[in-house]
Design a protein around this ligand. Sequence first.
Ligand code: IVH
Length: 697
Amino acid sequence: MDVKELTQPQIKQRIDELRKLLQKASYAYYVLDQPTMEDTIYDKLYRELQDLETQHPTLVTPDSPTQRVGEKPATQFNSVRHNVPLYSLENAFNVEELNSWDNRWKRQLTSLNQDEKIDYVCELKIDGNALALTYQNGVLIRGVTRGDGVTGEDITQNVRTIRSIPLRLNIDAFSEGIPERIEVRGETFLPLDVFTQINEERQKNGETLFANPRNATAGTLRQLDSRIVDKRRLDFFCYTLHIPGRDDASIASSQQEALDLLQKMGFKVNPNQRLCSSINEVGEYYQYWDTERLNLPYMTDGVVVKLNSFKLQEQLGFTQKFPRWAIALKYAAEEAPTRVENISVNVGRTGALTPLAEMHPVQLAGTTVSRATLHNSDRIIQLDIRIGDTVIVRKAGEIIPEVVRVLKELRPDGTQPFIMPTHCPVCGQPVVREKEQAVTRCVNSSCPAILKGAIEHWVSRDAMDIRGMGEKLVHQLVDRGVVASVADLYSLTAAQLCGLERMGQKSADKIVNAIAQSQKQPWSRVLYGLGIRHVGSVNAQLLASKFTSVTQISDASRANIEGIYGIGAEIADSIYQWFRIPSNQELIQKLADAELQLTVDLAELAATSQQTTSSALTGKIFVITGTLPSLKRDEAKALIQKAGGKVTDSVSKKTDYLVVGEDAGSKLTKAESLGVAILSEAELLAILDISAKEMET
Ligand code: IVH
């Protein structure tokens, strides 16, 4: 569609149309889990909308699908008071406690007619973080964390990234017009596969792992940069509807009706709810989900039972903390007792010492557990765990086993408190515990444990991708003193490898060849491979596109590094410190001698910039023809791609710009006949300059 020919009302109409189409497709994908539109078509429409909005900024509205991810990180979150407090729920742990709650509320409700039919709505208790959302005239205006129930943090910018939360409600859900204000509550959570992925990434980067999806969700919600939240793919189930000033039953008279209405409004409501007509049926629901929940792609820690009738709810009201009309019926955590046979200390890639309890094997949530992390020395002191102790282990979040408590009454005589070693158990050098840090570290960069970890990271898939260099081979090379840094890999010979266990001439040749091939890996991978704390592969790509050589990043100040969009203070500090260590500078020199790529090449710059920037040129299609006065073809292409544009070979109706140099031929004629905009090199540079400025603001 040629935008220039549209009149203002037509543009507005097209924008509305695009928003509706995109909203519908996104709803089908994220809420119904039934995609209706191909990704490529979605992307194309999205880009068209984005272009129109860029050209007509006054038409941008906060509920536009383009407005989900904020351009600028927040500096802090403001505390806000909830319009209606978020109550917590009373807990019950078995059917007996459920029955006693049932008897209790019935006694409290003196006016209850013995024959009145009681319905209970049973819902799964999603193990995430509660959110309170406010809609004004159908548009999301605020998203707040639970906090202490009375005040929470305003994290609207992060909430907007959650695709299953509508930015605009479906007004068709209301026959008598949409109420001015609508408050909804629900649970945001990380699906288990996303949680696992995040922890894998953190492990690779030497960061502490999230113990369970709930903590990971809370950590994600606290991120100041909504672009990071966007990547984490949070999801949301809605379970409470509140319309201020409309307590009559005209909109919904029961929880069941409210859930139906929430669904019609465009929210994702958990499909596993059930309306039960007796407390026995509620008990069955609880028991059924005790095992069935293990097949769900998200964590649940119980079921929530609510009286269905809003009239009954109102009559019963609240205690100081809880509604009297609901109860959380929780599942016991997966815990079991076992005996600690040893406490060992593992030294990781970053030098962090992690104490591990080695235990008599025990069955937990369907798997055998024989090791559990004790996290750090603070945790050990807190637990006072000793070899010989009987302990309770739990699969926290059904994922990572941990020791919950020590059964001191079963402690045998003669046990000794465990003390963290003062020297690294691998290299024997003194360890360091930084002030106010729980982690104890070995800081000897030639410690074999650190070295092994560093080499395993260097050869890994996302770094230098050296196939055939497995953990066993790396350990042998380090233990025999053949390799003392990643740079030494580049002087390895097949003859040296042949002397190692299970290594024939052929495999040795293959590995030497794979190592040589890795010299061609781009600068961003080399940077990732260095294993600088907090520099994962995404950050490495971002950094490599801004610091186009190792010298640039090595000479950069903390402020320079932090100035990069997407890089926070902690990451900047870690990078800055890394380059101040003399042995790391020596390593860089050795890598340069080994001819690794320590500067960016144009193609990589184009590819990475395309992923990390967006601008007025996003999605614009360029064709270059003829000889440009100063830029080489590749350079012009890289610049366009860096600004988010695309460069193709032939002119068609889809082409937005033809960049023309000397001796342009048939492409120019075709472009003219199709009415494609023609640019000289100078004009191209002018456009790029404008968009570069836009990117900075
Ligand atoms: S109803 C006044 N329903 O559990 C009603 N809560 O332990 C309060 N939760 O703070 C909440 N799934 O964060 C309700 N289906 C569900 C829930 C649910 C998870 C959470 C919620 C609440 C906590 C109470």
